[in-house]
Design a protein around this ligand. Structure first.
Ligand code: NAD
Ligand code: MG
Length: 394
């Protein structure tokens, strides 16, 4: 029996994780659930799964959650605040952590899970983008398993030889990783129409249903940029061996090219329950509730190179990845601020890359040697990005 903590249980990945777990009560026991604000949904999840610990963002929400659970005689301990996310990992008795908080807020509890030797199911790509080196070191020191949940990285993980490790990759003939990208809702939109894109248009992804932040990232292709950095840390290949391919149908989730000419691909429905189930049950496979793929029904699978003029965020991410050091942390923080402002109506779609670029240019890059350095750079980049947004609004 696996004991699972789900960080971000009320989000898109969190809800899909609970859906897979619900089908397998003989295999999985939920011991911790966390959410930022959604008291009612978290309460309903606690009533269904009766975890040991539930964490919510603030004291007021915690009081409401406690009251609901008390009324139903649910013995779950209710905690609140960012430090309590670490308690959900360390004090709940979990052996497996689904890291599905969106953005930098997931970094500290995900690192705690790595250090504590948990099996980490990593959806929260921002944590790895910010702290790749430290995070991979923490995983190694903790001795736990790291299983990528992001569909592309999960696909690559499935296409690599079972004994692949960062040190043995050359002898195993792995040449290149090909990350596929749908190109989002604006792949063919005339460039002159991009200026007036609304948040709802940006969040209407053609193939995937996801949280709003990652949906905007998919529209700008910053998501693929973050995923490039994520792949770099997860699989340890040089950046020039990690390629991005536009594949609008989102059926081939990513590929590995081998030295003998073979290309291994993982195919499936665009449904996150497949990679989630894979991570939860690895190395076994379990039913995930996903409809079977019908290739005969698909008219065609197509592939093309991404257009960096249409997707300047992708170019910015390539360049931050190449620079290394704190640049990916700054890129990620500026992007989070710009996307939040776009979703609130304070910034236009085309200004997202402008804010990210200005912030990257403003902040001096340096090497990353501790979590404090990363968190300081993250906070600094957020302030700088916010100031640039303020200046644009004047
Ligand atoms: P979401 O917005 O739907 O859910 C985010 C979850 O995190 C919610 O439970 C929310 O309560 C919690 N949260 C948000 N801010 C928080 C904070 N400050 N402190 C504590 N908790 C907080 O997001 P999502 O789409 O489920 O994405 C989650 C992560 O998974 C992201 O990093 C995303 O990039 C990654 N991911 C998502 C998908 C997908 O299909 N949704 C695919 C691949 C990777
Ligand atoms: Mg992805």
């Amino acid at each position: 029996m696996r004991h699972i903590a789900v960080l971000g249980s009320t989000g898109s990945i969190g809800v899909n994780t609970l859906d897979v777990i619900r089908k397998h009560p003989d295999r999985f026991k939920l011991v911790a659930l966390t959410a930022s604000k959604q008291v009612e949904l978290l309460a309903a999840q606690c009533i269904e799964f009766i975890p040991t610990i539930a964490v919510i963002g603030d004291a007021q929400s915690a009081a409401r959650l406690s009251a609901i659970l008390l009324e139903r005689n649910i013995p779950t301990q209710v905690l609140h605040g960012p430090e309590a996310l670490v308690s959900a990992v360390l004090d709940s008795g979990c052996d497996t952590v689904m890291a599905a908080i969106v953005g930098a807020a997931g970094l500290v509890p995900t690192l705690a899970a790595a250090k504590a030797g948990k099996r980490v199911l990593l959806a929260n790509k921002e944590a790895l983008v910010m702290s790749g080196h430290l995070f991979m070191q923490a995983m190694k020191a903790g001795g736990g398993e790291l299983l990528p949940i992001d569909s592309e990285h999960n696909a690559i993980f499935q296409c690599l030889p079972p004994n692949f490790s960062q040190n043995s990759k050359l002898s195993l003939g792995v040449e290149e990783l090909w990350l596929t990208a749908s190109g989002g809702p604006f792949r063919n939109t005339p460039l002159e129409d991009l200026a007036s894109i609304t948040p709802d248009q940006a969040c209407a992804h053609p193939n995937w249903v996801m949280g709003r932040k990652i949906s905007v990232d998919s529209a700008t292709m910053m998501n693929k940029g973050l995923e490039l950095i994520e792949a770099f840390w997860l699989f340890g290949l040089p950046l020039e061996k990690i390629k991005v391919l536009i594949h609008p149908q989102s059926v081939v989730h990513s590929m590995v090219r081998y030295t003998d000419g073979s290309v291994m691909a993982q195919l499936g429905q665009p449904d996150m329950r497949t990679p989630i189930a894979y991570g939860l049950a690895w190395p076994e496979r379990i039913e995930a509730g996903v409809a079977p793929l019908n290739l005969a029904e698909l008219a065609a699978l197509s592939f093309s190179e991404p257009d960096l003029q249409r997707f300047p965020c992708l170019a910015l991410a390539f360049s931050a990845a190449k620079s290394g050091g704190l640049a990916p942390t700054v890129l990620n923080a500026a992007n989070e601020i710009a996307v939040a402002s776009f979703l609130d109506g304070g910034l236009s779609y085309l200004q997202i890359p402008v804010i990210v670029e200005k912030t990257l240019n403003e902040i001096q890059n340096s090497s990353v040697d501790s979590l404090d350095v990363i968190l300081d750079a993250d906070a600094h980049a957020r302030r700088v990005a916010q100031d640039f947004i303020g200046a644009l609004q004047k």
